[in-house]
Ligand binder design. Structure first.
Ligand SMILES: Cc1cc2nc3c(=O)[nH]c(=O)nc-3n(C[C@H](O)[C@H](O)[C@H](O)COP(=O)(O)OP(=O)(O)OC[C@H]3O[C@@H](n4cnc5c(N)ncnc54)[C@H](O)[C@@H]3O)c2cc1C
Length: 288
């Protein structure tokens, strides 16, 4: 059995940001090591841009133009769009978030460097967690001990990994989500200085993003006919009042959830995740 003070489940952006703030941590990711050609900037799917630079990384700033059906957003158009994606009744955890999302002109950021994980084990599929013995079990039968565990994987998956006897009140909670299908059309436009995001209240795609490299990304709620698409899971998540208490209960067992999917918080963006991890890392004086 090996042991690390802090173990991170998931080597996506959140896991890598967490390791930036907690450099002595170990990342476990179920995927294979990336091919050399893929060791570049994170692949963007859909309307994916940062609202602020994160993890102290050098970033490029650019303009983002946002519209609904090609026009500046109005409260009515926002409501029509939210209704279309099943979020008309959503309760927002972050006031001002919706207005910022649909602001006609904003700044976006993209990193100029790749976050190189320092201590990561690929092909490490976590299948269960024992919060009493403080270890995670991997699919190959091995066990990794931890003092504190960071989860970046979707909250329902984490819930299922922790012994049901520990989390009786959350056993039956249903977490609702819907896959997103993204079609990437390369070289649709000439490269341009700004990014354009158009939300659509009608038509097959609900969002179209013209990236600065000239590509167009179309996002759908169902498999688009006759198009090669990338399926993103969990994709669109629907908030539930059970997520926060479950995240809080996990923290009492020294399992800390960071990221949109890990907290099951549809409003969470990466700059907020970055700030949360930074604050949490600042409380870790026992190893400093
Ligand atoms: C279409 C779209 C647009 C978005 N736009 C924005 C945006 O504009 N701005 C923004 O800030 N955010 C945006 N987001 C959200 C953004 O994608 C996420 O905040 C972030 O990239 C997710 O990264 P993550 O590391 O939290 O999760 P993931 O990338 O899902 O990483 C989780 C990792 O965990 C690993 N894993 C899973 N299960 C296990 C297991 N059992 N054992 C070991 N490893 C496991 C996986 O291999 C994966 O590498 C968008 C998301 C989508 C889908």
């Amino acid at each position: 059995m090996s042991g690390e003070p802090i173990v991170i489940i998931g080597g996506g952006m959140t896991g890598m940001i967490a390791q930036q703030h907690v450099p002595y941590s170990l990342i476990l990711d179920w995927g294979p090591p990336p091919a050399l050609a893929e060791r570049a900037l994170p692949k963007q799917w859909g309307a994916n841009y940062w609202w602020k630079p994160i993890a102290g990384m050098a970033c490029e700033e650019f303009d983002v133009i946002t519209t609904i059906d090609g026009a500046v957003a109005t409260p009515e158009a926002i409501h029509a769009y939210k209704t279309r994606v099943g979020k008309a009744q959503e309760t927002y955890t972050r006031p001002g978030m919706v207005a910022s999302q649909f602001e006609n002109r904003a700044k976006g950021y993209t990193p100029l460097e790749f976050l190189e994980p320092k201590n990561i084990r690929y092909k490490s599929h976590v299948v269960s967690i024992d919060p009493f013995r403080r270890h995670v079990c991997l699919r190959d039968g091995s066990v990794v001990r931890y003092e504190k565990l960071i989860s970046t994987i979707p909250l329902p998956a984490l819930r299922d990994m922790v012994d049901a006897a520990v989390l009786t009140s959350f056993d039956t909670v249903r977490f609702q989500s819907a896959p997103i299908y993204v079609v990437e059309k390369k070289d649709t436009f000439r490269p341009r200085a700004s990014m354009s995001v158009d939300y659509r209240t009608t038509g097959p795609a609900y969002r179209a993003t013209a990236h600065r490299d000239g590509s167009l990304h179309l996002e759908y709620s169902d498999t688009p006919r006759g198009e090669m698409s990338k399926k993103l899971i969990p994709g669109r998540i629907y908030d539930t009042p059970y997520a926060r208490p479950l995240v809080a209960e996990m923290a009492l067992m020294d399992i800390y959830c960071f990221g949109r999917y890990a907290r099951w918080d549809s409003d969470e963006l990466l700059h907020q995740t970055d700030e949360d991890i930074q604050i949490w890392a600042g409380t870790l004086n026992m190893y400093s």
